[in-house]
Design a binder for this molecule. Structure first.
Ligand SMILES: Nc1ncnc2c1ncn2[C@@H]1O[C@H](COP(=O)(O)OP(=O)(O)OP(=O)(O)O)[C@@H](O)[C@H]1O
Length: 289
C-alpha cells in the first residue's frame, strides 16, 4: 500500500496520519508514505505506484487529493483508498467513510472494494480534469479561486463562508449556457454532481445514486448577491434543493458555454468555461467499510 499524503490539506493532518499508520502497523499491514510537494504531484505518485503494481494507493487529504490520486489510477487495476484529512471531505461523507483516522485506516486494511465512476471535464484550452464528487461553474468557483490557503488552514470550512461573503459584493454573476444532453438552459451558476452532498455534509442533490451513470446538475437560474446569499444560508439547513430558482436535473453530458466564468472541480480551481463534462472512461475501485 502506498499512502499519498498531502501536507497542505486539512488541519492536524500529521497527527491524523501517524494515528492511521499506528493502526495499520498494529494490524500488520505494511504501508509506505509519499508526501506531495506541489499541486498535481499526487497524480504522478499514484500513476507511478500503479505502474509498479502497487495494489492499493491511498489519498490522505481532501477531495482535491482524492481526485488527483484517482486521475493517476485511471486505467489501472490499482484500488483507491481514502484517509479523509481534508477540510470539507465531501466524498468521504458521501461514501460513509468514518472520519476518525483509526477507523478510516481499518477500512483500508479490511474494507470492501466498490466501483466509483468519476467525471471528466474537457476545457476549451485542451486541458482535462477528472473529478470524483462535483464540479461547479460560476459563483462557487469564484469563491474557491480567491480562497487563500492560509485562511483555509486557520478557519477550516469557515474560510469558504468568509470568502463567499467577500465575493458577494464583487462577483458580477455573468449568465452562461448549460446544455444538458443538448437541452439549453441559461444560468448564473451550475453544479455538476456525482453525489448527494456538497461543501461537507450538506444536501445538494437528493436524487443522486452512487455509481449511477451521468450527473445530477443543480442549475441556478438567477444571479445576484441577494439570491446567492440566500442559497448560502439555505445550504447548512439542507434546504438548497427546495429553493425557488434552483432546478435539479439528471444528464449524461453537460456542456457549458459563454463568458469565461471560473470552474472548480472537487473544491480546487480547475479552469474556465467553455467545458464539456461526461463520465470518465472507466471505473475505479474504492475501499469502503
Ligand atoms: N505540497 C503541497 N503544497 C501546496 N499545495 C499542495 C501540496 N500538495 C498538494 N497540494 C494541493 O492542495 C490542494 C488542497 O488539497 P485538498 O483538496 O486535498 O485539501 P482540502 O482543500 O483541505 O480539503 P477539501 O477539498 O476536502 O476541502 C490541492 O489542490 C492539491 O493540489
Amino acid at each position: 500500500m502506498l499512502i499519498v499524503f498531502n501536507p497542505a490539506a486539512g488541519a492536524r493532518r500529521r497527527r491524523r496520519l501517524s494515528r492511521a499508520l499506528d493502526t495499520l502497523a498494529r494490524a500488520g499491514v505494511p504501508a509506505r508514505v509519499a508526501e506531495t510537494l506541489h499541486p498535481g504531484h499526487a497524480t504522478l505518485l499514484a500513476r507511478q505506484a500503479a505502474g509498479e503494481g502497487v495494489a492499493l494507493v491511498v489519498a490522505a487529504g481532501g477531495d482535491g487529493t482524492i481526485a488527483e490520486v484517482a486521475a493517476g489510477l485511471a486505467g489501472s487495476v490499482a484500488r483507491l483508498g481514502i484517509l479523509p484529512f481534508g477540510t470539507a471531505n465531501v466524498l468521504a461523507w458521501e461514501l460513509g467513510l468514518p472520519p476518525r483516522p483509526e477507523a478510516a485506516a481499518a477500512v483500508l486494511a479490511g474494507g470492501r472494494p466498490v466501483a466509483l465512476r468519476p467525471g471528466l471535464a474537457r476545457f476549451g484550452d485542451g486541458t482535462q480534469r477528472l473529478f470524483v464528487q462535483m464540479l461547479g461553474a460560476g459563483f462557487d468557483a469564484q469563491v474557491v479561486a480567491r480562497l487563500d490557503l492560509g485562511l483555509k488552514r486557520r478557519l477550516g470550512r469557515g474560510a469558504y463562508v468568509l470568502q463567499g461573503l467577500r465575493e458577494l459584493g464583487r462577483y458580477p454573476f455573468p449568465r452562461f449556457t448549460a446544455l444538458l444532453d443538448g437541452d439549453a438552459v441559461e444560468v448564473a451558476s451550475a453544479i455538476v454532481s456525482k453525489g448527494r452532498l456538497y461543501a461537507g455534509r450538506h444536501l445538494l442533490a437528493p436524487a443522486a445514486l452512487p455509481g449511477e451513470a451521468g450527473f445530477q446538475v443543480a442549475l441556478f437560474r438567477g444571479g445576484g448577491a441577494l439570491r446567492a446569499a440566500l442559497y448560502g444560508a439555505a445550504l447548512p439547513l439542507d434546504l438548497l434543493p427546495r429553493l425557488p430558482g434552483v432546478e435539479l436535473r439528471h444528464a449524461l453530458r453537460v456542456e457549458m458555454r459563454g463568458p469565461a466564468v471560473p470552474v472548480q472541480a472537487d473544491g480546487d480551481l480547475a479552469g474556465a468555461l467553455p467545458a464539456a463534462i461526461a463520465d470518465a472512461a472507466g471505473t475505479i475501485e474504492v475501499m469502503l467499510p
